[in-house]
Design a protein around this ligand. Sequence first.
Ligand code: XIL
Length: 345
Amino acid sequence: MIYKVLFTLAFTILIRPGFSQTSLKDWGLKYNKHIGAAVNNLFITLPKDSLYTQILVKEFNAVVPENQFKFRHIHPQPGVFNFSITDSFVDAALKNDLYIRGHVFVWHQALPEWIDTGAFTRTELLSILENHIYTIMARYKGKIHEYDVVNEAIKDDGTLRTSKWRDIIGSDYIDSAFVFAHRADSSALLFYNDYNAEIENIKSDAIFTMVEEMKKNNIPINGVGFQCHFMLDSVNETLMDKNIKRFARLGLYTPLTEADIAVPSNQIGTPKGLASQANDYAKLMRLCLQNNSCNSLMFWGYTDRYSWIPDFWDDSKGAALIFDENYRPKPAYFSLIETLKQNAR
Ligand code: XIL
């Protein structure tokens, strides 16, 4: 009887198709890639033994705070920094050997009221920005080694987005933000981050021209992050590879920073929906493994229990992540592991 139990157990653990004893994290360490997830406040509020934290710590070697470092949250009033949450977050991440991507200093969204409605001169807003970046980077120097400095500054048509930053400072706010960040911590890696720029198109061309110019002018930028918020079946591996490589030729890192694959509601949970999603995730992993410039593959969350997608798409799409709402690994998870294994052969 006991042998039967042991045998069944061994079979389940070792041989069950698709099952892997190895976590994404182990593979990430092997390949020297950050494989991580955006994390919400549950990481610091739930007990350590909660499933949320257990799986996070077992599966990933990196995290990115989903909202905590955004301007409105960390700097809600003039001169007032709310570091209690970010401090707990950084401590918890480091205690669990999780590398941290800082996200984000300059964005047109998540601005506090005082910035949104304030009347500033160019000089005043530049100095607010410099102080914002300096205060955060100085606090986490030696703990956070990379930041998204500017997020989503370019529109899909390739023009510079209007925003408080651009309207008051002018288009050189982007250069200034990178210069301030480099001054604050010269050892940190600094990124421009955007969506819909994963393949060659008007938008990624504009970003390319911008960062090429920045490099020429010695603006301290180290990489371009491709967010990778995709709809099911829309990851084009060949075109992405081509695009990644042109940025890499500029000497830039090309992390995939916010990956999720949104499933149309009528395909959620269907075998076809799950299989297509698995296939899409495998492509992203392959791209990252095959490009040295891809230092990180970060998912925008890891469990469908907590994902921004259903809200953002009014529930017409969802189930975008690699674990389901009950923390069970989906085919997407196993396809990532399988891709990592194949790459090792
Ligand atoms: C999203 C968060 O996931 C939501 O919780 C929040 O309400 C809005 O922002 N691109 C980015 C991320 O760079 O910061 C966004 O995160 C998703 C799109």
